[in-house]
Design a protein around this ligand. Sequence first.
Ligand code: NDP
Length: 300
Amino acid sequence: MKVLIGGGSGFIGQSLSKLLNSRGHKVTIVSRRPGKGRITWEDVSKIGLPPCDAAVNLAGENVLNPLKRWTEKFKQEVISSRIETTRTLTQAISKSPNPPQSWILVTGVGYYPPSQTHQYSEESPGGDADFLSRLVRDWEQVAELSPSNSKSSTQLVRVRSGVVLGRDGGALPSMLWPFRLCLGGPIGSGNQPFPWIHIEDLCRLLCQCIEQGGCSEAILNAVSPSSVKDTNSNFTQALSRALGRPAILPVPALAVKALFGEDRAPMLLEGQRVAPQRTLQSGFTFLYPDLNSALADLLR
Ligand code: NDP
């Protein structure tokens, strides 16, 4: 199959491309920079969608980049890097004479309101709790194909991911050095839920949607089954055990607020208990259903 991946040069995109290539599929990346195996967003806007069986969007400025201050300019970049790239692909799919079978948008479980007690499934309402949930709501809305424009039965699947744990990017590598120096510890109270997924499971789930030409479900929560009960404290303890290092130095909430700003701090100090209900109903099986198996693999 031919697969087009917006933002495919990043952490998730590289793993997904590797998996798709190993299964005999041909990947083209949409990027801000031209290169081998790539087209640019301008190309898509001007020339239209290249022939493909599936389109995926993974583009987005890293929200939790600690080196970027939470200025209005950066906030707009976080928003537009998701909304405008998604809009470009949605419009190109709508106009394409041969649209793909599936259109897959990876967003986040930040759609659901933060809570230590509520448990969410794909059916739960959300999208209006804070900056991140409103961003996910708008981002997913832009991906909708208007029935009058869409000449085909292209299926939109919104994959709401938890924190993606992998060796080569995302949150985990930056957490390892403080733990290795015995400076690790929970963030804030540590009681906040910690929804997560192993990178390999996320890519296998996306691959399943691509190969099946969509999914019986329009929304999939991409979180490991056990993460519905995991907290930041559990994660800290599991990481500490796996590394054989103590984790006794909590990161104070005030420091998180000072470094990340009011809109971003809740992404670290609060969380959502999310179940992958429809993901499991779709027949997907997780290779890494709990933290111990995921960390044993990632820290090998
Ligand atoms: P990366 O930070 O690795 O970025 C993915 C790609 O987005 C980059 O390679 C880049 O492609 C493109 N990009 C970055 N900034 C901009 C910008 N300002 N404008 C346009 N394109 C930009 O992301 P991940 O692979 O970690 O995540 C992919 C998607 O999944 C993101 O939208 C993210 O929000 C979402 N997600 C990720 C989670 C995680 O834990 N990693 C958890 C939940 C959701 P290029 O330089 O080639 O243009």
